[in-house]
Design a protein around this ligand. Structure first.
Ligand code: GTQ
Length: 357
């Protein structure tokens, strides 16, 4: 038998017909009609048993990037940037795609005292995770959210948002957006608007959603629940909750809290998922492999991660890219570490194929 005709135990061909196997005049005739044969590309589109991944296990070191971000503050006035952001580009995808993983855009945004990043809204969903500085704020639909280190602030699709800085010294945060997906859908655009009118009261994490498990009573009978009731998740609360959880979590299990919509208990955004993890010092932690890709940002501590055989040594402020289906082991060194995770699991769940194994 011709080896090219070999079949596997399921009766499927070991190798499929190639483009070169077809008569050139046939290929030209169909190509002229803007048509292509599937079979030469089938295994590329649907590889056997595991997806093909261009995404590299990779780490962006904060201390390497920070001086260049501050320099951007000198080189480019906010009026010439609107958003002064250095984008973390996964080398597996190059510098043009602006992706950390296939679905996750991540950038480091700098705002200086007195600056305003003007009001707009757009189809991609964004979140901000504060890295350093005091006095920054993001206003979302009139709700002014102070930005303290470690706070998570949501700016969901089509919600008005503007940033400012009323303190001194630089303020830096991590932007994470579902932009790659929305752009791929040819659905990415922004609308500019006048500055928002800020409501005088504190953000809803300080009053309506002050404590997990308690809701304003009237919300139980409300015909319409707000889609994004809580848009700020203060780090002080999350850190304390992780401490309490650690005390009752078996040593080999993750001490990890998901950021959810307090009205529904579901992930707070439709596309990307967010969680915070306390990683115990001196022991390896190997989560299950996941079909989701993710980005990990080091909030506190130092350690290393082995991702598909690549060892990355991290410390505070660093950001890592984890490809889909990766084998991962994390270890914190010295003290317990705190990690912020962004993943595309909500999207994968909605599409019906999320798996871990
Ligand atoms: O702060 O609104 O990193 O619109 C990319 C696009 C941040 C923002 C980014 C944006 C923003």
């Amino acid at each position: 038998m011709n080896p090219l005709d070999a079949v596997n135990s399921l009766g499927h061909a070991e190798s499929l017909g190639r483009l070169e196997d077809l008569p050139p005049d046939y290929v030209k005739a169909i190509n002229d009609l803007s048509v292509a044969p599937l079979w030469p590309q089938l295994r590329g589109l649907l590889p056997r048993d595991k997806p093909a991944r261009a995404t590299q296990p990779f780490m962006w070191r904060y201390r390497d990037i920070r001086p260049h971000l501050l320099r951007a503050g000198e080189l480019t006035p906010i009026e010439k940037a609107e958003r002064r952001v250095l984008v973390l580009c996964n080398p597996g995808h190059g510098l043009d795609k602006l992706v950390a993983t296939p679905t996750i855009y991540v950038g480091l945004q700098l705002i200086l005292p007195g600056e305003v990043a003007p009001n707009h809204r757009h189809t991609p969903t964004a979140v901000r995770f504060v890295i350093e500085g005091e006095g920054g704020y993001t206003t979302v639909n009139g709700e002014k959210c102070p930005m303290h280190k470690g706070d998570l602030i949501l700016t969901p699709a089509l919600n008005w948002h503007e940033h400012g800085h009323e303190g001194s010294g630089p303020v830096v945060w991590l932007d994470a957006l579902d932009l790659p997906m929305i752009y791929a859908m040819e659905a990415s655009y922004a609308i500019e608007g006048p500055n928002q009118t800020v409501r005088p009261e504190a953000d809803a994490s300080q009053n309506k959603y002050r404590r997990a498990g308690l809701l304003p009573y009237a919300s139980l009978g409300a015909a319409l629940r707000p889609k994004y009731p809580q848009i700020r998740f203060p780090w002080a609360d999350v850190r304390e909750a992780l401490g309490a959880l650690a005390a009752v979590t078996p040593k080999d299990e993750a001490v990890q809290l998901a950021y959810v919509n307090p009205e529904t208990g579901l992930p707070c955004l439709a596309t990307l998922g967010f969680s915070a993890q306390r990683l115990r010092a001196g022991q390896d932690f190997s989560p299950r492999k996941r079909s989701a890709s993710s980005v990990i940002h080091v909030i506190e501590g130092r350690g290393e991660s082995v991702i598909d055989g690549t060892t990355l040594a991290w410390s505070e402020g660093d950001t890592l890219a984890i490809p889909t289906h990766a084998a991962v082991t994390h270890r914190a060194q010295g003290q317990d570490a705190y990690l912020f995770h962004v993943d595309d699991a909500p999207m994968q769940r909605a599409l019906g194929f999320y798996e871990d194994f």
